[in-house]
Design a protein around this ligand. Structure first.
Ligand code: PLP
Length: 370
């Protein structure tokens, strides 16, 4: 049997008629760059995130970049974020001319450690970006308390956490502004690159809307210098269709994660994902930790099971951020995760047979069981 890591075709087939007709409508209306289909999606996505407004942009990276600019982040400022995230979080900070200051993560949830955030604050700190890694929100009460004590805005990197919740609050709604990616493989994925920012501060969203469109308030009026970073009409239409299926899809991911956990419960060699109390984890990624990760990945691949590593090298050890001077040993928890993480197949359409086959392959790879 082959179990793919991700099966976007299965998802397309499950809603083909709705998607085909939505895309055809955009083409019929030639509503390609921004426009009514993006506005419609914004009006649907903001309340889904328990926010009053949303702005569709061209990627998650641009969502983070424009959110930071809208908050006034400028060259020389410091922004604290996790060492164990996708590089885009740090790139967004760098694109503002600001300096990413990395902090270590919690060994159980792999999300930003509030104590490490507090220790990293200096007089140059201007924002904090917790990353809701793998679909689980960071420890937001603790992070918001630190932010409030130091009068710092919190920008949530919710690029992997569409619909995740912290004590009933949706990812993206707790900080000053929340940022999402709709890269095709995300829980809510477009048919190309797309992203969004959400907030309860409508002024901030209005600023992002200007920044995404050459700093324009109306056609050929440019009070500020901006970018070409609008969401495409086609992506808006696809996302409106897929948003209607997101809750069912997130529930399926959660059920698959529970099933993996049940089947692997007796495999002591695998540390399984931990769901903090009060959190709704939406399992963008199901990552387990084990000592001989490379051997397990080789075994899974021989068994026809797709797997991945999110992420093999923490950001402080990337050449791009060598200039920060944080060598090996700087963030031990993030480094330990990077050497031990393995991500198993996780997508809503996974079948019970595929889950059992994958779990058996993990067991035979790690515990010698058949
Ligand atoms: C945590 C995180 N932040 C930011 C991004 C950037 O999103 P995009 O690829 O849409 O630019 C991603 C996407 O992979 C991500 O996983």
């Amino acid at each position: 049997m082959n179990v793919p890591f991700l099966d976007l075709k299965a998802q397309y087939l499950s809603m083909r008629d709705e998607l085909d007709s939505a895309m055809q409508q955009v083409i019929n209306d030639t509503a390609f760059a921004g426009g009514p289909y993006v506005e419609k999606f914004e009006q649907e996505f903001a309340p889904y995130c328990q926010c009053s407004a949303a702005a569709g942009v061209s990627s998650g990276t641009n969502a983070l970049h424009l959110a930071l600019l809208a908050l006034g982040i400028k060259p020389g400022d410091e922004v604290i974020t996790a060492a164990n995230t996708f590089i885009a979080t740090a790139e967004a900070i760098s694109h503002c001319g600001a300096i990413p200051v990395f902090a270590d993560c919690d060994p159980k949830t792999y999300t930003l450690d509030p104590a490490a955030v507090e220790a990293a604050i200096t007089e140059k700190t201007r924002a904090i970006i917790p990353v809701h890694l793998f679909g689980q929100t960071a420890d937001m009460d603790a992070i918001m308390e630190i932010a409030q004590q130091h009068s710092l805005p919190v920008v949530e990197d919710a690029c992997q956490a569409h619909g995740a919740e912290y004590k009933g609050q949706r990812a993206g709604s707790m900080g000053e502004i929340g940022c999402f990616s709709f890269y095709p493989g995300k829980n809510l994925g477009a048919y190309g690159d797309a992203g969004a920012v959400v907030s309860n501060n409508v002024e901030l969203i209005d600023r992002v809307k200007m920044l995404r469109d050459h700093g324009s308030s109306r056609k050929y009026e440019h009070p500020m210098i901006g970018w070409t970073a609008r969401m495409d009409g086609l992506q808006g239409a696809v996302l409106s269709v897929k948003l209607r299926h997101l809750e069912t899809a997130n529930q399926a991911r959660h059920a698959h994660a529970l099933r993996y956990k049940e089947l692997l419960a007796d495999c002591a060699e695998a540390a399984l994902p931990f769901e903090a109390e009060g959190n709704r984890h939406v399992f963008h990624i199901f990552a387990l930790c084990c000592d001989d990760r490379d051997a397990l990945m080789k075994h899974l691949s021989e068994q026809g099971v797709g797997c991945g590593i999110h992420y093999p090298k923490p950001l402080h050890l990337q050449d791009a951020y060598a200039f920060l001077g944080k060598g090996p040993g700087s963030f031990p928890v993030a480094e330990n995760c990077a050497s031990k993480y393995v991500s198993l197949p996780m997508f809503p359409e996974l079948t019970e047979e595929q889950i059992q086959y994958t779990a058996n392959a993990v067991k035979s790879g790690l515990c010698g069981a058949k």
